[in-house]
Design a protein around this ligand. Structure first.
Ligand SMILES: CC(C)(COP(=O)(O)OP(=O)(O)OC[C@H]1O[C@@H](n2cnc3c(N)ncnc32)[C@H](O)[C@@H]1OP(=O)(O)O)[C@@H](O)C(=O)NCCC(=O)NCCS
Length: 153
């Protein structure tokens, strides 16, 4: 675990690797291209987990919805690296960033298979939300960050 670090993509090579992993995990298996980016990316907070040699192994994004709430989207971990705690490091970094800009509540739409991951991090499933590509059921989930904030010194 100490051979990886969480960064904000900065160089053009880092941005390319960041979006490539997002596309490869979340879109390519369904032959979808182009929809891995959206108009909110430019104003969002991005985090990526890299190996010491720079290879990107996990990514995620946070954007503000209103004064008090934000949304996490596009969480993706390299398939061969799941269940090593990398998703945890990225989602925790995004939550810390959210707290730093005054966001108190996170909402997200989790793929069905990602629901246990978010539950592990204190998110509550509210209701089924939408079906992506006619097959991937999503669930609206929320977390109040005041619980997280109390954990900081
Ligand atoms: C969902 C995802 C982001 C989780 O990241 P990860 O690095 O594999 O998860 P972590 O290792 O940090 O898991 C932390 C804990 O969450 C829970 N968890 C994670 N994945 C789980 C799964 N598939 N089933 C059950 N629990 C799971 C476990 O409690 C786990 O702790 P443990 O491994 O000690 O039991 C990652 O698997 C992924 O990118 N999946 C494919 C793309 C995707 O579905 N993205 C989410 C879009 S909404």
């Amino acid at each position: 675990m100490n051979t990886v670090k969480v960064l904000t993509p900065a160089s053009s090579a880092e941005w390319a690797a960041y979006y490539e992993l997002r596309w490869r995990i979340l879109r390519a298996p369904w032959q979808q291209t182009g929809c891995e980016r959206d108009e909110t990316d430019d104003s969002s907070i991005h985090r990526m987990l890299c190996r010491r040699d720079g290879k990107v192994l996990a990514v995620g994004r946070l954007h503000r919805l209103d004064e008090h709430s934000g949304q996490i989207r596009y969480m993706a971990v390299e398939s061969s690296c799941e269940r090593r705690g990398y998703g945890t490091l990225v989602v925790t970094a995004l939550e810390q960033a959210a707290i730093e800009i005054g966001i108190e509540k996170i909402i997200l739409h989790a793929r069905e298979r990602a629901v246990p991951f978010y539950q592990h991090h204190g998110y509550k499933a509210i209701e089924p939300s939408f079906l992506l590509f006619d097959e991937i059921q999503h669930y609206l989930m929320t977390k109040n960050l005041s619980v997280v904030r109390q954990g900081f010194p």
